[in-house]
Design a protein around this ligand. Structure first.
Ligand code: OAD
Length: 245
């Protein structure tokens, strides 16, 4: 149920930030991380797959797990929640989409101003030089070696546990939250920092927080509007209520 008091606020807002997490892609068929039965971390151990140490121990296993996920996300389509966020961006004068997702579904839906906080699974980088590699080939021995330095193993350009977030993206995300009038937190468990602290940081500078999630999170107590539901249903409904599209 959408609180009608949100409608005039969103209609008048000149600066809106949306922070998204895995839940936004769930209705496209991409598993989340922490949902009890279907989440990736219910089946796989993050310390064996998503840390620099795991990659040093078993680079082939890590490479293949990400190759499986890369294929999975390329085989699915953006859902009505992603599309509604594109409509929102078209209508709000300053709109920033900050995502923890690495699946490119926002961009494939047509979102333009996207800050990727945790990287992108479609990109690879050299683990020795820490530089993105555009052209690379699958090899018999996995992971492939960097074609530029001929030495470092290639790895997905995503942020692993224990690694820093990309500095420019994180700084921009904080700046945008500082200026925002409304900050939406959608489909994220709000457990992984620093991303999880962004909405409350913005609230300290005067933003109102809107949370969209079927379950409560640590952010819920800070939220001015709590919409309990699936983003693929709630977001199109919200856009329809405001702009009748
Ligand atoms: P989580 O799996 O931790 O949380 C997903 C959230 O989405 C949960 O709160 C669900 O209740 C909610 N959810 C599920 N289906 C939904 C739907 N259809 N609509 C709206 N919400 C829904 O995923 P994240 O919060 O994104 O990091 O996880 C944050 C980071 O932890 C990820 O970026 C990843 C992970 O480990 C790294 O890999 C570095």
């Amino acid at each position: 149920m959408i609180n009608p008091a949100l409608i005039p606020l969103l209609r008048a807002a000149k600066d809106v930030v949306v922070l998204t997490g895995a839940g936004v892609s769930a209705e496209s068929g991409v598993p989340t991380f922490r949902d009890a039965m279907s989440g990736l971390w219910a089946q796989f151990k993050p310390e064996e797959l998503a840390t620099p140490e795991a990659f040093m121990r078993n680079p082939k296993l890590v490479w293949e797990w990400y190759a499986w996920r890369r294929k999975l996300v390329s085989d699915v389509q953006p859902n009505p929640g992603h599309h509604a966020l594109v409509e929102l961006e078209r209508r709000v004068p300053r709109f920033t989409l900050i995502t923890q997702n690495v699946d490119s579904l926002h961009q494939r839906a047509g979102s333009k101003n996207v800050i990727e906080l945790h990287g992108n699974i479609r990109r690879v980088k050299c683990s020795a030089e820490n530089k993105v590699v555009e052209n690379w080939q699958e090899t018999k021995d996995l992971p492939p070696r960097c074609p530029n330095c001929n030495d470092g193993l290639l790895r997905p350009d995503v942020v692993w546990f224990g690694e820093m977030l990309p500095r420019r993206e994180l700084e921009e995300a904080y700046d945008r939250c500082k200026d925002a009038q409304l900050i939406f937190s959608i489909g994220t468990s709000s457990l992984v920092h620093p991303a999880a602290s962004l909405p409350s940081y913005g609230k300290n500078y005067g933003a109102k927080i809107v949370e969209i999630n079927p379950t409560e999170t640590p952010l819920s107590r800070d939220a001015d509007f709590l919409i309990q539901g699936l983003s693929g249903k709630v977001l199109p409904e919200l856009v329809k209520m405001i702009w009748n599209i």
